[in-house]
Design a protein. Sequence first.
Length: 157
Amino acid sequence: VEQNTGYVFNRTVTLQYPGCIDAGRIMHELLHALGFLHQQSRSDRDTFVNINYNNIVPGYEGNFQKYRGDQEDALNIQYDYGSVMHYPRDAFSKNGQTTIEPLQSNVTIGQRITLSANDIQEVRNFYNCTGTDHTLPTTTTTSTSTTTTTKSELINA
């Protein structure tokens, strides 16, 4: 995990078109702003994926560079194919072919739907969140009753 919130490896994290199209991409970019890095660039990635450099658009190879151990802190979280921080199989492909080949069969990579359980745990570990989900009271203007929503309900909304 990079310690410089909002600024990662000499580039500013932005939420502008075309990067800010859906909730998953917003989550991805916000995790960058919190200092989190791509799964497929972890220093241990070769145990989990093969990068097909011959299929990558020239000039974009840097997006697949492995981080050095001193650039990352995995926070005791295993490699996560389902992370919102993982690129899809055809990321930056020049020919429509696979650029990231998972070594484990039948896994989905590059989802931009929701944070994975490991994404959430990594944030909790980084920010020393040790408690359980708390309920957040919300009020409604149409009645005097109070409803509660858990963090996981908000995340999965």
